[in-house]
Each structure stands twice: as C-alpha cells, then as structure tokens.
Design a protein around this ligand. Sequence first.
Ligand code: TYM
Length: 331
Amino acid sequence: MARVFSGMKPTGDATLGSLLGALRNWVADQGPEAVYCVVDLHALTVPQDPDELRRQTLELATLVLAVGIDPSVSTLFVQSHVPEHTSLAWLMECTAAYGELSRMTQFKDKAAGQESARGFVSGGLFTYPALMAADILLYDTQEVPVGDDQRQHVELTRDLAERFNSRHGATFTVPTAVVRAAGARVMDLQDPTRKMSKSEESPGGTIGVLEDLASVRRKITRAVTDSEAEVRFDPVAKPGVSNLLSILGACTDRTPEGAAAGYSQYGPLKRDTAEAVAAVLEPIQARYRDLAADPGEVQRILSVGAQRAGTVAAATLARAQRAIGLVPGPR
Ligand code: TYM
C-alpha cells in the first residue's frame, strides 16, 4: 500500500468542492500508511480571528471523521501539534528559488485578491508552498490525493525533493499528486468559470458540506446554465451544465458524460443533481452531529494522531538536518 499524505485548511466552511475533490478520496485511500492533516498554519497566510480559527480547526477535524476517516486505521492530526513541519519548512524555503515561488498561480491569484481586499499580502502567502512541501516530505509520502488546484504545489514539492536529494544525498521520497477525474474541479454554481471556494465570496455559488439541505437544493436549482436546451458535457462551451454533470457524476460514481445520458432538459438535471448531493451530504451531517456532541473525544483522537505523526516526522527532520550540515542538538 502506498504511503499517502494530504491536508486541508480550516478556513471558511468545507465545501462540496473540497468534499468531492479531496475528502472522499482521503477515505478511499485510507489505511495504516495514510496520514491526514488539518493544516492550521496554512490558514495563517491570511489574517484570521483567533477564536474562529480554533473553532474551524476542530470543526474540520470533526468533519474529516464524519466523512469516514477512521482514526484506528489512518492518522489524523493538527499541523501545529507537530512542530517538525515548520522546522523542515525553513530548509524547504532555502531549497526553493524565489522565481519558482513567484510562479505559483495560486500565490498570484490570492495576492491580487488580498491586495484589493485588505491591502496586506503576508510573506507567508508567498512561502507557503515550501511549508506544504515540508508537510508532504516529512512522511516519506508516495501519493498526495488533491483537487486539480493543488497539482502545481505538488509538482514544486517533487522538484524540491529532487534538488535536495541531488545536493545532499538521498533524503526524501519523491511524491506524486493523485488527482481523480471525478470531482477534481467543482466550480461555483453562480460563476462556473471559477472554482467553488469560500462561501463568503459567493454565497449563492458555494455549497457547504454542513449546509442545511433545503438551502443546498435551492442553490442547485438556481445554478447558472445557458440559453441552449441541450444537456451535454462540454466545459468550455457549457460550463454551468458541465459543472452540474460533474457533480452528479461524482455523487453517483459515474463519469460526467455517463451522467448526461437520458437528460434533454435542465430542470430534471438540476432536480436529480440536488437529490444526489443531498443523499451524499445527509449521512455525513448526521455523523457530524454525533461526533460534535463529544468534542473531548475529537481532541483525544487528534492528540493520538499528533504523537503518531510526530514520531515519523522527527526521524525525517533529523535525516534532513544531518544531510544539510546542521550539528545534532542535545536531544
Ligand atoms: P485547500 O484547503 O484549499 O483545499 C483542500 C483540498 O480540497 C481540494 N479542493 C477542491 N477540489 C475540487 N474542486 C474544488 N472546488 C476544490 N476546492 C478545494 C483541494 O485541491 C485540496 O486537495 N495547500 C492546500 C492544503 C495543504 C496540502 C498539504 C494538501 C497543505 N499541505 C499537503 C496536500 C498535501 C490547500 O490550501 O488546500
């Protein structure tokens, strides 16, 4: 079984995009070699309210369990509980080139967005892919299940691992991004040319995993389509309809093309998509409510996870520090 690592930021509510693009695949890859992380340090790249950050970190951890991660099988922990992540991140920042980090499309997009919204672009937003590389490399990861938007960061991680290995000798396993076709790019329901992202940016276009199901159905029924009346998967010419087909396909284990069969009108397509999404969300929401009733248990699971993760991370960090020429410390 491949060694798997993936992470998710506790910012805003988890969306249908993060569920279909990532969390469901985390469950599919579950096993003793799978390590999953709520990456709270990554959330700090943009200003956060401390109480909200704490709440959202525990909420996301609870949601990961509700989706089906079994902590007696896989490892689940919070990034800041394992300080090796920030220690290795510095070695990665010094391995990455300035030009390489400048080319990250997510940095360019987010920096532009932050600049216009609040006039503040943090240094962390720029160096964040080095922290993400550290996250992945600490666990000798072979496969990284992610949505399409994270592919470039995993490519950079590969480049950094190879560069470090060639400069300092074999130290890191070189990982591969695993982007499954179904649900890899769930788009905004109101603007299907952009990725479904935070609810505050596009309330009508974003579906939260924990959102009230009546509201979920309403949003899908009101999704933007086009003025033709033909149901066909064509993301360029028909982004809205194609997004609905991708969502319907991902929720019913079919390709978007397969999901299109039998529809000639948008009304029935929207209705069935709304029902398919509700059927996926309903049991997750029920499990979430049960787990959220016992927050102490979630915290216990996270501390066991941090201990397990920390043991592996400490060994990899020590190997990298030795290879780069740092003198071993007293511990
Ligand atoms: P984040 O927190 O923005 O997203 C978490 C995961 O959800 C996927 N995703 C989507 N997939 C399909 N359609 C969408 N609309 C959609 N929105 C989000 C993302 O591709 C991702 O897989 N930098 C990462 C977190 C991270 C990480 C890591 C991931 C930190 N360290 C190490 C993997 C390995 C991020 O910001 O993802």
